[in-house]
Every structure is written in structure tokens, then in C-alpha cells.
Design a protein around this ligand. Structure first.
Ligand code: PMP
Length: 380
């Protein structure tokens, strides 16, 4: 007997919704999911194989539930790169920063509680809120996509959310949020509730500025979340982590599944951290390519949002989806995040970026002269 999803007794708030997901289309140039375009270097592949072979012998046992060795290494990486001392007790790791965020919302959100994010931003924040039964509040941004402190403070005071998300550099717009803004939002959130403030730094290694980790000092309700999916070029590994007051790490233990991080994941991540220098060596090149994309897009007459990430938001199109389709017709997949008039392109290899720039040389993209009848891409 066939049964559709509508016939199942799914939760009311999930009815009629679509799952998150960028199209995984088989096209020559894929610049739509903010991955690092370079495959892992061979010495690292060898180290991963060696570490995983060792871990394989013990797969009859559950892994280290607290991932202590891995968290120690992540703490050392954060300390080395930010200059702000982070200890193992202040770090927690999970399967991608999406799972970190899910655990945070399971801990601090949930039914009867709310989370607020300044949109447009990373759409999974709202979706994970929905999945955890947390109400979602869309906070305001200015016309240039920055977070206006006064308007943001008003939104926090009015809604008194339990969780506030600040994504910096922001996805999909690319702009970073100044430390002063985060300080002000934290103070507003404490005055209103007090609530947890989650600073999502998934792209921070690509930033012109510094990590906001030092803001953790004296702010026990602040969480900084990070990932190995972007700058580390290890999206397939699924390793995200957070830094926060040790009490936050203790609190997250209440919702995490036992043994959530497999021994294979821990071994692979440790091998990757043995080769941080190799993994991060493309970051400078990707930043230079990002800056080239910004400059060339502007020369071509596009508006571009200043980017501190490994992607660039560009426009403005009379119909972004039509432009998306026409760029795709030229073999280049970019992202339509549903921000009216704007598209997002990930910085790829120099050759991929050249192919993209060739595709957008067509001035009709900006005038929207040739309509298409393709179905609308999901605006995730
Ligand atoms: N935060 C932001 C802002 C992101 O853009 C992404 C991935 N696109 C994530 C978190 C999740 O990354 P992951 O689960 O791969 O760590």
C-alpha cells in the first residue's frame, strides 16, 4: 500500500514543508554550496587512512563519548589562531555545526521558547528551530544587509527571544558583523531575558578581520560555533564545534545522543588537525579569488555586497531566478537563496571563477530580457 507524507500523522508544523537542500546538479562548474573546491592533499589522505585503520580495530567498542582528544586539539587550534585561550572544557564537537546548532536549540530553545535571527541569513537556523519546536522570529537588517544596532535592539526588547543568532560573516550576504554590534546585541539580549547569543562563525577563516572568540570573556551566555566544512575543506567529514563557557558545554550534554561522534569521525578529524597547515593553505588563495570576483563583478556593472566569506552576493537582477537559470544554461551552478534581486556565487578555483565570470558577462542578465519557464529553485 502506498502512503504519502500527507497521510502520515506528522507534526502539524512540518506539514506542507520541503526539506533543506541546494540542488545537486551534474554541471561542469558547481559554485553553489560554499565548499572549498580543492580535494584533500595526498599526505593528509594517507594520515586519515592510517588513523582510521587504527580506529577500525576498536570498532567493536563505543567511541570516546566526550571526544576529549579531539576537543583538546580543537581548543588548541582556536587558541593558536585567535590568541584567546580556550580550554578543552570550553569546546564541544558534533556532526557538523548544524548538529551543534541543533543541540543548542534542544538545550536552550524548544516548545514555548523562541529564537531570533537577522534575515536574510543561514536558513538552517530557522529550520532547526522548527525541527526542535522552537518558535522563529525574523529580525531586521538594513538595506545594505548590515545589522542596524537600534533596530536589532528594539526587536530583541520586543520579542524577548530565548536564543539570538548572529552569523558573521553572514550567509548568504557575505558581510561580517562588527564586534561592537555583537556586544550591543548581547547586552540587549541579557536585559530582555536573559537569552543565549549564538555567533555562527562558519566562514570566519576567510574574513578580513578577527574571530569574535575573545568576546567569550565574561559573557557566559555567548556561544561561538565553528566548522571544518569550509576553510578546512572537509565538508564531507561532518565536524562542527563550539566554544563557550564550560557550563554551556555541560548543558549540551543533557541533549546530545550518547556516542554521537563516531570513532571514524574522531579519527579523521584528528588526522585533519595534524595537518592544519596543509588544509588551510588554500584559504589565502580563496580569499584572493573572492576579492577578484568582487572586483570583476563590480567592473561588469553588478552590485556586490562586501564579502568576508568564501562567496559573494551579487545583483541586482529584475528576476534573480531567471538569471540563475541563464547562468546555469552556461554550465555554472550558483545559488538562488531567495533574496529578491540577488544571487550568491562561491569562490572556486581560478578556472571555475573564470568560467563563472564569462557566464555573467552577458549584460542581458541585468536587464532580464529573456525570460525562462524553469521551476523556481527552493529558496533555502
Ligand atoms: N553555518 C553557516 C552560516 C553555514 O553556511 C553552514 C553551511 N552552509 C553551516 C553553519 C553548517 O555547516 P556544517 O554543518 O557543514 O558544519
Amino acid at each position: 500500500m502506498t502512503t504519502s507524507i500527507d497521510a502520515l500523522p506528522v507534526r502539524d508544523e512540518l506539514r506542507g514543508k520541503s526539506p533543506y537542500g541546494a540542488p545537486q546538479l551534474d554541471v561542469p562548474v558547481r559554485l553553489n554550496t560554499n565548499e572549498n573546491p580543492y580535494p584533500l592533499p595526498e599526505p593528509l589522505v594517507e594520515s586519515i587512512a592510517a588513523r582510521v585503520r587504527e580506529a577500525a580495530r576498536d570498532l567493536n567498542r563505543y567511541p570516546d563519548r566526550d571526544a576529549v582528544e579531539l576537543r583538546t586539539r580543537l581548543a588548541a587550534y582556536l587558541t593558536e589562531t585567535s590568541g584567546y585561550p580556550v580550554g578543552v572544557g570550553e569546546v564541544w564537537a558534533a556532526n557538523g555545526s548544524n548538529e551543534v546548532i541543533q543541540q543548542l536549540l534542544q538545550t536552550f530553545g524548544g516548545p514555548g521558547r523562541t529564537a531570533l535571527g537577522f534575515e536574510p541569513s543561514y536558513s538552517m537556523h530557522a529550520l532547526i528551530a522548527r525541527g526542535t519546536g522552537t518558535g522563529w522570529i525574523s529580525g531586521p537588517r538594513e538595506a545594505d544587509f548590515s545589522i542596524g544596532v537600534a533596530a536589532a535592539e528594539r526587536a530583541i526588547a520586543e520579542h524577548r527571544p530565548d536564543v539570538v543568532f548572529v552569523t558573521t560573516p553572514n550567509n548568504p550576504t557575505g558581510n561580517a558583523v562588527p564586534a561592537d554590534t555583537v556586544r550591543a546585541l548581547y547586552d540587549a539580549a541579557q536585559a530582555a531575558k536573559p537569552s543565549m547569543v549564538i555567533v555562527d562563525e562558519a566562514y570566519v577563516e576567510f574574513s578580513h578581520g578577527d574571530s569574535l572568540l575573545p568576546l567569550l570573556d565574561g559573557r557566559p551566555h555567548l556561544v561561538v560555533s565553528r566548522t571544518m566544512s569550509k576553510a578546512f575543506g572537509a565538508a564531507g567529514l561532518r565536524l562542527g564545534y563550539l566554544a563557550a563557557h564550560p557550563a554551556v558545554v555541560d548543558a549540551v550534554q543533557l541533549v546530545r545522543l550518547p556516542y554521537h561522534l563516531s570513532a571514524v569521525t574522531q579519527a579523521t578529524a584528528l588526522a585533519a588537525l595534524d595537518h592544519t597547515d596543509l588544509l588551510l593553505k588554500y584559504v589565502e588563495q580563496l580569499k584572493a579569488e573572492r576579492d577578484r570576483l568582487v572586483a570583476e563583478l563590480r567592473t561588469l556593472g553588478y552590485e556586490v555586497t562586501a564579502s568576508d566569506a568564501n562567496f559573494v552576493q551579487f545583483g541586482r537582477f529584475p528576476d534573480a531566478h531567471t538569471a540563475w537559470q541563464r547562468i546555469l544554461d552556461r554550465g555554472v551552478l550558483v545559488r538562488d537563496n531567495g533574496v529578491p534581486g540577488w544571487l550568491r556565487v562561491t569562490a572556486g578555483t581560478p578556472a571555475e571563477n573564470d568560467a563563472f565570470l564569462d557566464a555573467v558577462r552577458d549584460k542581458q542578465l541585468l536587464t532580464g530580457d529573456t525570460p525562462t519557464s524553469s521551476p523556481k529553485e527552493q529558496s533555502a
